[in-house]
Design a protein around this ligand. Sequence first.
Ligand code: 5AD
Ligand code: SF4
Length: 435
Amino acid sequence: MSETIYIETYGCQMNFADSEVVASILSEAGYTIGKSLDEADYVLINTCAIRDNAEQRVRHRVRELRAQQNRRRMRIGILGCMAERLQSRLMEEEDNVSFVCGPDAYRRLPVLLQQVKEGMQAADVELSSSETYDDIEPVRLASNGISAYISIMRGCQNYCSYCVVPYTRGRERSRNPLTIVSEATALFEKGYREVTLLGQNVNSYTWPDTTFPQLMMKVADISPLLRVRFATSHPKDLSDDLLYAMASYPNICKCIHLPVQSGSNRMLKAMNRKYTVEWYLDRVAAIRRILPECSITTDVIAGFSGETLEDHQATLDLFSSVRYDYAYMFKYSQREGTYAARHLPDDIADEEKTRRLNEIIALQGKIALENNTHEIGREYEVLVEGESHRSPKQLFGRNSQNKVVVFDRLDATPGSYRNVKIKDCTAATLLGELV
Ligand code: 5AD
Ligand code: SF4
């Protein structure tokens, strides 16, 4: 009987996509991919290292799993960014962990598991300048059969001063467009209706003869019924060409995630973001001009090294002027090995970081609710995804802008496109009726 693997995933969309690659590699190698922890011979935890609290969550989980390990044989492996950052140190600190495997070493997992079976501890954290897993067909783990991720580039070499990603995921490399288009085509033929092209800096995708906008158009050409999204964009690479490509294809979704990080030029410089507030606002203006229907979302960090009250106010002002539809908002967390950890003091007290973060959260909550209130009375094409959490009588889906729309089910079915008229809203959800 084959042994069973259970994969738990933390962190960003890239990690969820990587876990599907891992599932594919291990099922090819003869393992069963289990749906629950209960029968697992091996638990693989795919981890995030971006902030300290992400790592603490994983360590807590590893310690919690010890109780199960006391009852039966179950080995734990750590994959992803934390494995890469801490390497075999992790197995010393958490002695119930049997192996670690970095994000570019997943093809070696069958070998690592064999070593573990033979009673060894195993580790492979080699980074690669070329690995894109482009020949591996991911096993869609948590899929609804409608929407899937496709990883199109890996790594990051922007070296934002606060960020650990360039150290955990290595240098940028793009994937052959032919394999991207064939993966998307196969998904469409299986009934999927939405693909999200993923990369740490998706718009710095590069391939001889294929720019990122051209790649987007090739995927969008598969069918007008296939929605195409992408994440995450770096503002420095957001070209007008991409915006025009988005404008010319109704099935390229009108939603751009454009992390700003701070509204202060002094902070952006210290963060090594390579743009100014003025450059960023020019890109926002280009989006508004070329794609008036487009939603814009962002990431922001409160309390970075040396952030004054004026810098913080500049972030609030930028939020008021851009009026984001959604924002991921974080307190600065110093990460060992980054430029900031080596050269810039973590000098804002934790309570003050929390206070600034809460101020941004409150402002953004108000803006999101106002933005959604303006949607009342409009009609949107919604890709229906499934049953709403609120009630089995209701379904939910998303519009092109990526806003969640909830409506009474009537004759609608998941996987179909339906027009919905917006009648009400909260800061996070639009409530509507089928038309
Ligand atoms: N502390 C807080 N937030 C961070 N991010 C990246 N590194 C850090 C850090 N050290 C945030 C950025 C990035 C998002 C994925 O996580 O906002 O865009
Ligand atoms: Fe980190 Fe900056 Fe790269 Fe994003 S662009 S992954 S924030 S270094």
